[in-house]
Ligand binder design. Structure first.
Ligand code: TRP
Length: 339
């Protein structure tokens, strides 16, 4: 048994990743590699819940994997793998379905947002969207995970994971470790540039709301230029999410990219005009994205390397997953042909 605490995190490869994905989640991954035993997974099974065109699934999966590596995830230090390559995730998922309650899943905000309109269910909503958090719980619990770095929107799913684990443990003993979410105070919910009261989302119809990690640099500059600030005059740059959501959002983005505290930055930016502030932020973001995209392209061009990394990662993950799954099968008293 390893003595380091275990980290599990994942992102769905269901579209172009955004700077919100990076700041809320991926940014933390490489830093955790020395003090934790880390598993980073591309959640392709989850992507089936919202995917519009299956022919893109493979491409998007390789894109996501390349971004993981470009962000500093090191396959020598962490287990990096693709969810569908480790069949135990789907196996555990069925079992955990039987330990979760319908009413608990009905309460999930993400389902309400994506699967309902007012009081009504959107008619063609697939059942996977409803069951989504159970597969997430399986991802996490298979590896005896202690901590899960995620964006704020996933907090409720981690709480549900704990509830399920706790329920299972209260019947069968300490089978699962109880995971804790790590949600940073700043940057865990990056907002839309033009509507800073709603979350930045890769599926936003207005692309000016979103900075994609693969955006070309000139469009990033123009998006930040167009971003909504406020009408305070003279310009006043400080963090106040309620009354100054646009400025606070830009501060959070800048803080994450420059690795400086939000409040230290606010002090440094006293007296700076909004137009100048936007230029400072867009310079920093452009520089950062330029470097990230270069590293990304190097990995993305080398599919042989990506396959090797995914294969080796899946082998390591399967070994660990199988240990937990065996224990569960045995606790549940499944009939075994071979012991
Ligand atoms: N639902 C997460 C997202 O869309 C991705 C995910 C899948 C995940 N399984 C997970 C995150 C397990 C943390 C832990 O961002």
């Amino acid at each position: 048994m390893s003595s380091k605490p275990i980290v599990f995190s994942a992102i769905q490869p269901s579209g172009n990743l955004t700077i919100g994905n990076y700041i809320g989640t991926m940014r933390h991954w490489s830093k955790m590699q020395s003090n934790y035993e880390c598993l980073y997974c591309v959640a392709d099974l989850h992507a089936l819940t919202t995917i519009q065109n299956y022919s893109f699934l493979k491409t998007r999966t390789l894109d996501a994997l390349s971004f993981y590596l470009a962000c500093g995830v090191d396959p020598e230090k962490s287990i990096v793998f693709i969810q569908s390559h480790v069949h135990q995730h789907s196996q555990l998922s069925w079992i955990l379905n039987c330990f979760a309650r319908f009413s608990e899943l009905l309460r999930m905000t993400q389902f309400k947002v994506k699967g309902t309109q007012g009081e009504k269910y959107i008619p063609k909503t697939n059942l996977g969207l409803f069951n989504y958090p159970i597969l997430m719980a399986s991802d996490i619990l298979l590896y005896q995970t202690n901590v899960v770095p995620v964006g704020y929107d996933q907090k409720q799913h981690i709480e549900l994971t704990r509830t399920i684990a706790d329920r299972f443990n209260s019947i069968y003993g300490d089978v699962f470790a109880l995971p804790t979410p790590i949600i940073n105070q700043y940057g865990s919910k990056i907002m839309a540039l033009l509507e800073p009261k709603k979350k930045m989302s890769k599926s936003d119809i207005n692309k000016n709301n979103v900075i994609f990690l693969l955006d070309d640099i000139s469009s990033v500059v123009s998006k930040i230029n167009k971003s909504v600030t406020d009408s305070d005059r003279p310009s006043a740059i400080y963090y106040d999410i309620k009354n100054k959501p646009g400025i606070s959002n830009l501060l959070e983005i800048f803080s994450a990219i420059s690795n400086k505290d939000v409040h230290v930055l606010s002090k440094e930016l006293q007296g700076v005009m909004y137009t100048e502030f936007k230029k400072i932020v867009s310079d920093a973001v452009s520089k950062f994205l330029h470097k990230l995209q270069r590293r990304y392209t190097d990995y993305r061009c080398d599919e042989t390397l990506l396959k090797k990394i995914a294969y080796e990662g899946s082998m390591k993950a399967q070994l660990k997953a199988e240990t937990t799954l065996k224990k569960i099968y045995s606790e549940l008293n499944f009939f075994h042909l071979f012991k």
